[in-house]
Design a protein around this ligand. Structure first.
Ligand code: TPP
Length: 315
């Protein structure tokens, strides 16, 4: 959680300085869901992510330097600097990709889960999504086919109460995203998403269920983003008391207090972790700053499918 927080806090600063290009959506405040769920995954498992994906991708083990370079638009980044924040993927560690298309990850996740099933492996797919995206047709298609075919997918909803500026009750007629799972005959559970221990335990049960071959499951975590929808957004639609209420429920602050009270990790040990992470992020920023931009001659490489025909090379 601290690694994710340090990464994103620095990204926010670098964005303000103009070093990070394109849209950036941060998950500051939502780290417990990414960390608590991914701590239950093993090598061979997959995740699909969203436009707010840094946390999921870091929690699944992505390389921080390569991520930072991508956000800086540099050649050493995950997409050679051409994708930015919303297109980071790393199939070598099972990250099927962040996604600029809301709802774009659902059917990729279903496809990967079908592959796991056909290979008779015990790997599973975790499909992270926001409350707003459950209004997309692709969500319902994936929920349906996952249930009918008993695919090994865990749908993880991070319900942060808003889809851009629309509160959930303006876009859904039911109270919870999880209520919709019943229509697909899917097991579901709802939990508090800002306590990493609760997330870990509920995700463990859900991951075990899915891995045992019983079919898909949905877990909905209630959480909150501390920043605006994207960096630079005015964020004028959320009541000040609501923001304050959730700032008091900061998952990292509260986890640290719990650990101190219960003699699990004292202040000194906690600040050691903070310093280690800051150092790691310093190194990542240095790497990104010192990396070259992709040369103009590669402008369309890795953007379109490589086509070589009749002597014309569009790469
Ligand atoms: C297909 C599509 N429609 C609309 C958008 C614009 N858009 C970007 S994020 C977003 C809201 C998503 O809300 P939610 O799924 O709850 O995720 P959150 O941003 O709250 O994490 C929308 C509508 C988009 N990127 N793609």
């Amino acid at each position: 959680m601290v690694r994710i927080r340090c990464f994103e806090t620095r990204v926010s600063k670098c964005f303000a300085k103009g070093q990070v290009q394109g849209f950036v959506h941060l998950c500051i405040g939502q780290e417990a869901t990414a960390a608590g769920v991914c701590a239950n995954l093993k090598e061979g498992d997959f995740i699909s992510s969203t436009h707010r994906g840094h946390g999921h991708i870091i929690a699944k083990g992505a390389d921080i330097k390569t991520m930072m370079a991508e956000l800086f638009g540099k050649e050493t980044g995950y997409c050679h600097g051409k994708g930015g924040s919303m297109h980071i993927s790393d199939t070598s560690i099972g990250v099927l990709g962040a996604n600029g298309i809301v709802g774009g990850g659902f059917n990729l996740a279903a496809g990967a889960a079908l592959a796991c099933q056909m290979k008779k492996s015990d790997s599973i797919v975790v499909c992270f999504f926001g409350d707003g995206s459950s209004n997309e047709g692709s969500w319902h298609e994936a929920m349906n086919i996952a249930s009918v075919w008993k695919l090994p997918i865990l749908f993880v909803c991070e319900n942060n109460l808003y889809g851009i500026s629309s509160r959930v009750d303006r876009s859904m007629a039911v109270e919870n995203v999880a209520d919709r799972a019943a229509a697909y005959g899917m097991e579901q559970t709802i939990a508090y998403g800002n306590d990493v221990a609760i997330v870990y335990e509920t995700a463990k049960e859900a991951v075990d269920y899915v891995r045992s071959g019983k079919g898909p499951m949905l877990v909905e975590y209630k959480t909150y983003r501390q920043h605006g929808h994207f960096e630079g957004e005015p964020d004028v639609y959320r009541p000040a008391e609501e923001i304050k209420e959730w700032l008091d429920q900061d998952p990292i602050k509260n986890c640290k207090a719990f650990m101190k009270e219960n003699n699990i990790l004292n202040e000194e040990e906690q600040s050691f972790i903070d310093q280690e992470m800051e150092h790691e992020i310093d190194e990542a920023v240095k790497f990104a700053e010192n990396s070259p931009f992709p040369p103009v001659t590669t402008a369309v490489r890795d953007v379109y499918t490589d086509i070589v025909e009749e002597g014309r090379d569009y790469r």
